[in-house]
Design a protein around this ligand. Structure first.
Ligand SMILES: [Zn+2]
Length: 75
């Protein structure tokens, strides 16, 4: 359970959060700034761990997609 920071304006805040793919256990980190969020992951690990290498990246892995969606929706 996390509390949001609604009403607090921090334009340069950078927040890093880590999750793992529920299917492949690939660690993925989201970096939030006031611009577009970016995602960090280990490419070599992704190639080794992800069960869906044909998707081209962890963000499109069917296991991670709901996680990413929830992540982006919770701002
Ligand atoms: Zn995955």
């Amino acid at each position: 359970m996390r509390l949001g920071l609604q009403g607090v304006v921090m334009p340069t805040v950078i927040r890093r959060e880590s999750r793992a793919c529920p299917r492949c256990s690939l660690p993925l980190t989201i970096v939030r700034t006031d611009g577009e969020p970016t995602f960090e992951y280990d490419v070599a690990k992704w190639g080794r761990l992800c069960h869906h290498p044909d998707t081209g990246g962890p963000l499109t892995c069917p296991g991670l997609q709901p996680v990413v969606k929830a992540w982006l929706g919770e701002t």
